[in-house]
Design a protein around this ligand. Structure first.
Ligand code: DON
Length: 311
């Protein structure tokens, strides 16, 4: 077992916390701007049920872009790879997560991958169900199964705050609808409602680490032995986490840290160390690319100290 005690983790958290002063809390979604810049917490979830943690791990955070990996897994399970990858590609981009530029310059107009906003919006529009409520419920039940926590909900305030200000995502949706990557009968306001609820699903670091653990164990819940996600879909998701999970910082992250991981603008990072454990981090101060600045530092320390890189 790489990290033996919560005290070891606490020391690493205090070292990494120094970086928070160089980052900034995201406020383009106004409700996220309320987070404390110097917050930093981590949980590690092992397959035998043991958890190590440091920092205020009871604090809840919204998933934001971390939810994109989960909706991708669900839609791949529902629709199959052929259908999904007709609408979204498999390549990393060197652009920011909300960029529109490649949609116009590439032919055909297909988002490069499911972890940038354009690709995630396409994936979310493929979630099965007749109403926003029904489709969101499917996703939520899946999240509850992954976390083994039936109390998981979404934060209405954050969802509303994003819904009311999400002009760029709306632009991406209309562009994609024009080019038939989003079906013509899609009501974009309803899609935005579903997407912002998805991004506002709320949980603590322990829950997040448990999701990472299921991905780390090839889709199996190690406690019940149940295959929650088929192994090939878990593999696809982890591969995207390596190539695109930290946006246009994914290459540097792979070299310095070497763990499949996914970040969100709320400051969350979900990590899956293959075959070993899941990681959940919360550190809302972000770097210029939208990743948790102290969260990355903490993962760098962990990876170096315990030789976690998969490469
Ligand atoms: O669509 C958005 O802009 C947010 N709901 C999610 C973006 C995000 O988390 C990007 N992460 N680094």
């Amino acid at each position: 077992m790489p990290c033996q005690s919560s005290d070891e983790l606490k020391a690493l958290v205090e070292e990494a916390r120094n970086c928070t002063k160089n980052g900034k809390v995201a406020d383009y979604i106004p409700a996220l701007g309320k987070a404390r810049e110097d917050d930093l917490s981590i949980a590690i979830h092992y397959p035998d049920g043991r958890c190590l943690s440091a920092g205020d791990i009871e604090k809840k955070i919204t998933l934001q872009s971390i939810s994109k990996v989960i909706s991708l897994a669900l839609v791949l399970m529902d629709k199959g790879q052929d259908d999904v990858f007709k609408h979204v590609g498999m390549e990393p981009t060197g652009d920011p997560f909300n960029s529109i530029v490649k949609l116009e310059t590439m032919a055909p107009t297909k988002p490069l991958n499911p972890l940038i906003n354009a690709g995630a919006l396409v994936v979310t529009h493929m979630i099965k169900g007749d109403t926003v409520k029904e489709r969101f419920q499917r996703l939520l039940v899946f999240v509850q199964e992954l976390t083994k926590d039936a109390t998981i909900r979404y934060c209405e305030e954050v969802a509303r705050s994003e819904f009311e200000t999400s002009y760029l995502n709306r632009a991406l949706c209309y562009f994609l609808k024009q080019h038939k990557m989003i079906a013509e009968n899609t009501d974009i306001e309803q899609l935005m409602e579903l997407y912002t609820m998805q991004c506002a699903i709320e949980m603590n670091c322990l829950n997040l680490a448990r999701i990472g653990l299921v991905f780390a164990m090839d889709g199996i819940d190690p406690q019940s032995g149940k295959q929650i996600i088929p192994a090939d879909i878990a593999r696809i998701c982890k591969t995207f986490m390596v190539t695109c999970g930290m946006y246009n910082a994914s290459g540097e992250f792979a070299i310095k840290i070497g763990i499949p991981a996914k970040s969100g603008v709320s400051g969350g990072i979900m990590g899956a160390v293959p075959g070993k454990f899941g990681i959940g981090i919360f550190g809302p101060a972000l770097d210029e690319k939208g990743n948790s600045i102290a969260g990355i530092k903490l993962l760098e320390l962990l990876s170096k100290n315990y030789k976690l890189s998969m490469f």
